[in-house]
Write a protein that binds this ligand. Structure first.
Ligand code: CAA
Length: 248
């Protein structure tokens, strides 16, 4: 058991996830960093490469797209840790294709990982937060859930769904002291974005008023704010960090 606040971050080894873990550890949280089952060695390497080994961070194998397995792993984790104070639903994938060509698998994989996971991961933790009388849930959505993106009917639908979920859960969590918010990053310097075809990425950058990608620190800073003392009165909100790409 620890007196520290415990933050569980899904998809921790991704570009944004890594920075969120780093910022939380540096700000006094104990971090539970999830990775896909079977990727234990990669996860251990990730800790080393990112200079996180030896910090207060524990790896947790969790396939967020597998409902039954997630229920089991989180029940064990809650028993072992006693409490989780911050949940960052960050795990997400892209399977970009124009809708005409999109396969059912491309649609379903994105829905399972990006949206259905919110049910499986959040429910046990939300219930425990309500019982303990407080907690913070932060969902990593996307500018593309707000504005819609060519080639991302699946991803835009899932990321928009996260925002509806955020508002509904914020309404339910308020009387228990649980806040629920979303961060909607724009195009961020992560492997997911740098994998976009160069000509396509150049044309996207040209449309961003700040004319550059976000840094992972700029996105993680928004998450830290919502998790911390100064974010206490914010709930049901979507905080855009998008360089002006989409102004609501
Ligand atoms: N608006 C309108 N038309 C567009 C368009 C746009 N934004 N982008 C492309 N088109 C047009 C093209 O000009 C082309 O027209 P013609 O056939 O007349 O030449 C047609 O649509 C087909 O375009 P592509 O050549 O790009 O088609 P493709 O099948 O080779 O590739 C794609 C499709 C994989 C979806 C590709 O367009 C792509 O990668 N797009 C970027 C998708 C994107 O932004 N993904 C974000 C990933 S990062 C992320 O998701 C993180 C986050 O949260 C921000």
């Amino acid at each position: 058991m620890t007196d520290k606040k415990i933050a569980l971050v899904t998809g921790a080894a991704g570009g944004i996830g890594t920075e969120v873990c780093r910022l939380f550890v540096n700000n006094g949280y104990k971090v539970l960093a999830t990775h896909r089952p079977g990727k234990e060695q990669q996860a251990a390497n990730w800790l080393q490469e990112e200079g996180l080994a030896g910090q207060d961070i524990k790896l947790l194998a969790l396939d967020v797209a597998d409902h039954d397995a997630t229920a089991e792993v989180l029940a064990d984790t809650l028993r072992e840790m006693g409490h989780i104070d911050v949940l960052v639903n960050n795990a997400g994938i892209t399977r970009d294709a124009t809708f005409k060509r999109m396969s059912w698998e491309q649609w379903k994989e994105v829905m399972d990982t990006n949206l259905n996971s919110l049910f499986s991961v959040s429910q046990p933790i939300f219930n425990q937060m309500c019982e303990q009388g407080g907690g913070r849930i932060i969902n990593i959505s996307s500018v593309n859930g707000l504005k819609g993106q060519f080639g991302q009917a699946n991803y835009s639908a899932a990321k928009a769904g996260m925002i509806g979920f955020t508002k509904a859960l914020a309404a339910e969590g308020a009387r228990f002291g649980v806040t629920v918010n979303a961060v909607a990053p724009g195009y961020t310097a992560t492997p997911m974005v740098t994998a976009i075809r160069e000509d396509v990425l150049d044309s996207i950058k040209a449309t961003i008023p700040l004319k550059r990608l976000a840094t992972t620190e700029e996105v993680a800073g928004a998450v830290l704010y919502l998790a911390g003392e100064y974010g206490g009165y914010v709930t049901g909100e979507t905080l855009s960090v998008n360089g002006g790409l989409y102004m609501q």
